[in-house]
Design a protein around this ligand. Structure first.
Ligand code: G3H
Ligand code: 13P
Ligand code: NA
Ligand code: ZN
Length: 307
């Protein structure tokens, strides 16, 4: 059934995390849902502005309604990823999403507070929860020196003030992750001391980790073997994600690893069976690859299997 992330996080806090997987089409959705069914795991389906534009919101909503019927025993949340305006948040709340992210992280602090507060005021009376973001997710090359890192990573004092003043239900923080397949140039490193400090100042409050793909090297290698050119890709080591899930991170956002699994598999089929042109012959295996990577995350990284 449709379950609020708030309930999911309450159960998970300090023990495991819920995976938030980006959904853009039917095969990705079905792969994620099959994984959740097999692992008996709660799951957050997240839709970005780009996904909405690509698939049309109504198609995604109808597919998710089908998923809710197909997996009646699985707790499922429907979340807007990186909402960039009040209007977008309002539109998806009116359409039935039960969770939204308002990402004002690029704004000056006061403007971020104001925008986030406005979304909370619309969402809460309608039973919808809100994720805010404080701190900016940037590539590692942009914050090599300590001063610059301080400028982009989440300030624990500000995090407390932000949560109090906005009334958000969860907070995305910046501790060194970034979006996409190229997260670190040298050794991967997350600021766990900062995470610990934020969690200490906001006891029991759900924190969110964006940019949490591990950029699984076997997927990169498989893609490259069949013609891709993905060079220098590096993600967050899975042990680091696991560690974060017991330190207050309740929601782990994963998109890049799904993209890699999907694309590597399609490449493999097209390269090894050049006579095939039935889309089901490559989209089917790609859907299966999504299921396998999501199951792996749930079981071995997030710890949410059986929850
Ligand atoms: O944070 C970004 C997510 O990976 C979604 O990406 O905006 O291209 O749909 P997108
Ligand atoms: P990745 O690019 O690491 O998968 O992060 C996805 C994300 O944060 C979506 O909001
Ligand atoms: Na999100
Ligand atoms: Zn993100």
């Amino acid at each position: 059934p449709l379950v609020s992330p708030k309930e999911m996080f309450k159960k998970a806090y300090g023990k495991y995390a819920i995976g938030a997987f980006n959904v853009n089409n039917m095969e990705i959705l079905q792969g994620v849902i099959e994984a959740a069914k097999e692992e008996r795991a709660p799951v957050i389906l997240q839709i970005s502005a780009g996904a909405r534009k690509y698939a049309k919101q109504i198609y995604l909503i109808k597919l998710i309604e089908a998923a809710l019927e197909d997996a009646p025993d699985i707790p499922i949340a429907v979340h807007l990823d990186h909402g960039d305006s009040f209007e977008l948040c309002k539109a998806v709340i009116d359409a039935g999403f039960n969770s939204v992210m308002i990402d004002g992280s690029h704004l000056p602090f006061e403007e971020n507070v104001k925008l986030t507060r406005q979304v909370v005021e619309y969402a809460h009376p309608r039973g919808v929860v809100v994720e805010g973001e404080l701190g900016r997710l940037v590539g590692v090359e942009e914050h090599v020196v300590v001063d610059e890192r301080e400028a982009v990573f989440t300030d624990p004092d500000k995090a407390v003030e932000f949560v109090e003043r906005t009334g958000v239900d969860s907070l995305a923080i910046s501790i060194g992750t970034s979006h996409g397949a190229y997260k670190f140039k040298g050794e991967p490193r997350l600021d766990f001391e900062r995470l610990q400090e934020i969690a200490k100042r906001l006891p029991g409050f759900p924190l969110v980790l964006h940019g949490a793909s591990s950029v699984l090297q076997d997927l990169v290698e498989k893609a490259n073997k069949y013609g891709a050119k993905i060079v220098g890709a590096q993600g967050v080591p899975e042990e680091m994600i696991r560690k974060a899930t017991i330190m207050g991170i309740c929601k782990v956002n994963i998109d890049t690893d799904l993209r890699l699994a999907f694309t590597a598999t399609i490449r493999e089929v097209l390269a090894t069976k050049p006579e095939e042109f039935d889309p089901r012959k490559y989209l089917g295996p790609a859907r299966e690859a999504i299921k396998e990577v999501v199951k792996h995350k749930m079981r071995n990284v997030l710890g949410c299997s059986g929850q």
